[in-house]
Design a protein around this ligand. Structure first.
Ligand code: SF4
Ligand code: SF4
Length: 247
């Protein structure tokens, strides 16, 4: 059977999503039999973008001109282009300060040191090229990555998860941190798929998987208000991983 040819690339990101893939250590031998990781600069050298790809898996968001060019090149060369992780799907933490003056941000980070890097507000991949599918998560769960790869072998793309973190949390019979501990937990509005990992450890959901497609913000804000969390506080927390949450 022909091995599928992949390009795996990180743009503005922490590399955590690519690392999650490399951490599938038990599965890597099998994956190498089925996939040709032809362009994977983080893991393989030399990395030459010189071929056509069955799929490109792209982590991170677009914040520099050369990233836009690379993404467009990947789009031209790839059958499928998959956004890998919350940064790629929604903008993620890199987009936290979108809308603020970039020169002021540069001075805040680099002081008066000269930095010859042109940047723009970090954008999710779909604002630059057509994206065939996204796997959210910061980073995505290992099982989601393996399901994505297994699907590619069959020519199938992952479908989004249409239930919130709360669903998995209740199935695990966790104590509800919002209703019983008065903690600001964002599981109501956040796409599931993580198995409610954080609430299961008594840590409130931070919304790192981004918004549930049919999230009912109005209803949720009423529930939060009953627990004394005002609209600005809730939206401020939600926007840490997805700047598109509207006020
Ligand atoms: S989604 Fe999270 S883990 Fe992945 S690159 Fe962005 S910050 Fe890192
Ligand atoms: S702890 Fe959070 S994720 Fe779990 S049920 Fe309560 S609000 Fe939902």
């Amino acid at each position: 059977m022909r091995r599928l040819r992949l390009a795996i690339v990180g743009l503005t990101a922490c590399s955590g999503c690519q690392l999650s893939l490399l951490n599938c250590e038990d599965e890597l031998p099998e994956l190498l039999k089925r996939f040709d990781f032809h362009f994977f600069p983080m893991a393989c050298s030399p990395a030459l973008l010189d071929d056509e790809y069955d799929a490109a898996l792209v982590e991170g968001c677009v914040s520099m001109p050369h990233e836009r060019e690379l993404l467009e090149e990947l789009r031209r060369r790839s059958g499928y282009l998959v956004a890998l992780g919350t940064c790629a799907v929604f903008g993620g933490v890199a987009a936290l300060r979108n809308g603020e003056d970039r020169e002021q941000l540069r001075r805040h980070v680099y002081d008066d040191n000269q930095v010859a890097v042109e940047t723009c507000d970090p954008q999710p991949l779909a604002s630059v090229v057509a994206v065939d599918a996204g796997v959210t998560g910061c980073p995505p769960e290992k099982e989601e990555l393996l399901r994505l790869l297994a699907g590619l072998i069959r020519g199938a793309l992952p479908v989004g998860i249409d239930y919130p973190v709360c669903t998995e949390c209740r199935m695990r019979e966790n104590l509800c941190l919002l209703t019983e501990r008065n903690m600001l937990c964002l599981g109501i509005l956040t796409e599931g798929g993580c198995g409610a990992r954080c609430p299961g450890l008594s840590v409130p959901c931070e919304g790192c998987r981004g918004p549930l497609v049919e999230a009912n913000l109005t209803e949720a804000l009423e529930i939060y208000a009953q627990k004394s969390f005002d609209r600005a506080t809730v939206l401020g927390r939600l926007r840490r991983f997805c700047p598109e949450w509207q006020s």
